[in-house]
Design a protein around this ligand. Structure first.
Ligand code: UDP
Length: 458
């Protein structure tokens, strides 16, 4: 059987494109021919990677250059966090418009795949792997008569809770029961899952469509490893053809461009484990009271810090920058994976996006958790209660003194770092020779090869 040719199609958002890119690199390093197709918005977010990608002989980059239609203003997926609860207002985002626009590109995707099939000296595609956010891609795979696999980018725990709780009439009660009994989590309220907050019918419908879509997939790929989310993975495996392949951020050699390395040279000059790294990912934007209280909390912790503020510092309390500049660096963007790998990092103040969480797990960095929306509250619970490598800012009124206290608790907790080191070892060995994710990759390569054989003999 020859090497399979797989098309990968990520949802065009930074937190989705990056792990799909990591998946592409892992598959290519295992001998698959990979075509990475990026929609316009995703393409705009990855300019520094496109050149790099084309350097791998069996990995090609293709750009689905259909613009975002039906948009009235510039598209932004930013989630503004400005009320005192510290949670973001997702309803205000452009997500529904983006979904509609992407779905309207179905025939363009089909045409691109057909054209690419004829143009390359590679075997024909035998499989389309697309993000679970785009269940409509199943029909594209069907028309092209290739296998369809789904890549679920959030955690397995989130997937499990969504599959079980969403369709349930008594969703809140069901969620609480599932979390307690099956996963072993004790949430103070079901709200922390942000699944029970899906009052907006459109958001609820989108999540339902995603979950329903996975039922059509030949295989569901997860960015986790079996030991990390043991219970959720076991439960899911009873009903779904899943493969845990993560943590995909490990072992690809994917690096950010040189232009971003100022933060790293600043870290080189700092003492080991001395720096608090603060980042809320690529979408959450803190404003107003949450931003102000966070700044005061960081300042009174007296820790030196590296803070990613995509607004560049706008909205910070007066004099904050001047008072802290001797022990701080504020930047709009940093190469986060390399930052977390750096020996100077002592703790990570995070919004608990799944990619950020996995990057911290791989490096064994303790976390201070301030989830803002979506799957992040679930991730926070797992960090606090299952892995016990961090603590969260408690809900309700966001308060500087509370923030200072949690920072100091996490930074001074040697057990968090010890458990973090063990988890880091376990994460790295999952993808090492004979590890669970390595094995799952081998199974996946066999499955792809069988499909390739089937396509070739048709
Ligand atoms: N990231 C980065 N530099 C930054 C901030 C974020 O490289 O300054 C990356 C981070 O490493 C992660 C991704 O952006 O891979 C954020 O994804 P995550 O799932 O954590 O959160 P989201 O952005 O989707 O909310």
């Amino acid at each position: 059987m020859g090497a399979p040719h797989v098309a990968l199609f990520p949802f065009p958002d930074h937190g989705h494109v990056t792990p799909m890119l990591q998946l592409a690199l892992h598959l290519a390093s295992r001998g698959a021919y990979v075509t990475f197709i990026n929609a316009e918005l995703g393409h705009q977010q990855l300019p520094s990677f496109t050149e790099y990608l084309n350097q791998t002989a069996n990995l090609k980059y293709a750009h689905l250059s259909v613009g975002i239609s039906a948009l009235e203003g510039p598209l932004t997926l930013d989630v503004v966090v400005s009320d005192s609860s510290g949670l973001g207002n997702v309803e205000s985002s452009s997500l529904p418009v983006l979904h509609r626009s992407l779905e309207s590109q179905s025939s363009a995707l089909e045409k691109l795949l057909t054209d690419l099939n004829g143009a390359q000296n590679w075997p024909s595609f035998s499989c389309l792997i697309s993000d679970a956010f785009m269940p409509w891609t199943a029909s594209v795979a069907q028309k092209l008569q290739v296998s369809w696999m789904v890549f679920w980018t959030p955690s397995a725990t989130r997937f499990y809770l969504s599959t079980k709780a969403l369709g349930h009439k008594e969703m809140n009660t069901e969620l609480q029961k599932l979390a307690n009994i099956t996963i072993g989590l004790s949430p103070e309220s079901t709200d922390v899952f942000d699944l029970s907050r899906l009052r907006n019918p459109h958001r609820r419908q989108l999540l339902m469509a995603r979950v329903e879509g996975t039922k059509m997939a030949d295989v569901i790929l997860l960015n986790t490893f079996d030991a990390l989310e043991e219970e959720a993975v076991k439960e899911l495996a009873k009903d779904f053809p899943i493969r845990s392949l993560g943590p995909l951020c490990f072992g690809t050699g994917l690096k950010a461009s040189k232009a971003n390395e100022e933060s790293l040279s600043w870290l080189d000059r700092q003492a080991p484990h001395s720096i608090l790294y603060i980042s809320f990912g690529s979408k959450a934007m803190l404003q107003g009271r949450p931003l102000e209280q966070l700044a005061f909390g960081i300042e009174s912790s007296n820790m030196p810090f590296l803070w990613v503020l995509r607004s560049g510092g706008e909205g910070l309390p007066e004099g904050f920058v001047e008072r802290t500049e001797a022990r701080s660096k504020i930047m709009k963007w940093v190469p986060q994976k390399q930052v977390l790998e750096h020996r100077a990092i002592g703790a990570f103040f995070t919004h608990c996006g799944w990619n950020s969480v996995l990057e911290a797990v791989v490096e064994g960095v303790p976390m201070i958790c301030w989830p803002t929306f979506g799957d992040q509250p679930t991730n926070k619970l797992v960090i606090e209660q299952k892995w016990r490598i961090g603590r969260g800012i408690q809900g309700g009124e966001v308060d500087a003194e509370n923030i200072r206290q949690v920072i100091q608790d996490v930074v001074g907790n040697a057990e968090f770092r010890q458990r973090g080191s063990l988890l880091s070892r376990s994460a790295k060995s999952a993808l090492g020779q004979g590890g669970t994710s390595d094995q799952n990759f081998k199974f996946l390569m066999q499955e792809l090869a069988v499909r390739e054989h089937h396509v070739a003999s048709c």
